[in-house]
Design a binder for this molecule. Structure first.
Ligand code: E4P
Length: 297
């Protein structure tokens, strides 16, 4: 599995890259804002992004900001022309659907991906929340799709009635099997209680919309996308994104996905273990002088 670093902070990119495990970088406007806010002095945005591109050999995703296809195609070309010459590694992030309200057009992202494919500009379809969105992005020719696992988990938890900040935090592990058990128990109880009253209400899902949740978790969405892409041999690679903790990284890796983009603090967390630290202390303490002598010139 390739590891991309999910940050626009240059110090984090450089540090993780020095560990030799970074295969690429993903950014978005919020990550760029966070990176800029963390700096003590103002820097040139152009030079800053050039430095990111120079630092890492693998793909660097940069996101457009428009909503209309024409606008995004134009912005994608600008970003590509400005930065791809630095290290030949720029990928343009296009939101799969730029609609912000029910009235807005839904296919602007797809149109932009298709047009950029024709121009030879690689795209990363972002804000993917369903396998159908990923399927359409692949059909349009996206080089990558980024399902947002953590945000999908948040959505499911809220629909199940859990309260963000109270019942779970941003980093909380999403226990797919526990939540499935809770859901099944709820369904069993509600069906028993309601069966003689209004079975139609249960069936139509009006009273209990969480009962027929489409997906079990963000990782479940990832598994489904993987299966669909394999069915049709799409060349589009999947980037597991919006990762919230190290345990989720393991579940992601188990799916066999090509790439995971991981925040710096989680990459750090992945290598730590209490018993590894304790083992190190003991090995160091147990070095006898004869063994020590082997390391002298
Ligand atoms: C990366 O491609 C995404 O923009 C990022 O993983 C989103 O993560 P978040 O849901 O934690 O903001």
């Amino acid at each position: 599995m390739k590891i991309f670093i999910d940050t626009a902070k240059l110090d984090e990119i450089k540090k993780a890259n020095s560990w030799g495990i970074v295969d690429g970088v993903t950014t978005n406007p919020s990550l760029i804002k966070k990176a800029m806010d963390s700096l003590k002095k103002k820097v040139s945005m152009r030079e800053y992004i050039e430095e990111i591109c120079r630092e890492v050999k693998g793909p660097v995703s940069l996101e457009v900001k428009g909503q209309k296809a024409e606008e995004m195609i134009h912005e994608a070309k600008m970003l590509y022309n400005k930065f791809n010459h630095v290290n030949n590694n720029v990928v343009i992030k296009i939101p799969i659907n730029t609609a912000m309200t029910e009235k807005d057009e839904n296919y602007e992202g797809i149109k932009a991906i298709k047009a950029l494919k024709k121009e030879g500009i690689p795209t990363n379809a972002t804000l993917i929340m369903t396998p159908n969105q990923a399927l359409l992005a692949a059909k349009a020719g996206a080089a990558y799709v980024s399902p947002f696992l953590g945000r999908i988990d948040d959505y499911i938890r809220v629909k199940m009635g859990l309260k963000p900040g109270e019942d779970f935090s941003k980093e909380s592990y999403f226990d797919e099997s526990l939540l499935e058990k809770i859901r099944h128990e709820k369904i069993k109880r509600l069906i028993t209680e309601e069966l003689n009253k209004n079975i139609g209400e249960i069936y139509r899902n009006e009273k209990f919309p969480m009962l027929s949740e489409e997906f079990k978790s963000g990782v479940d969405v990832l598994r489904k996308i993987k299966r669909i892409f394999e069915n049709y041999q799409f060349k589009t690679e999947i980037i597991a994104a919006s990762i919230r903790n190290a345990r989720q990284v393991m579940e992601v890796a188990e799916t066999g996905v090509e790439i995971a983009t991981i925040p710096f603090n989680i990459i750090e967390e992945m290598v730590k273990h209490y018993k590894t630290m304790e083992g190190m202390r003991n090995f160091t303490k147990d070095v006898i002088p004869e063994y020590e002598a082997l390391f002298r010139e």
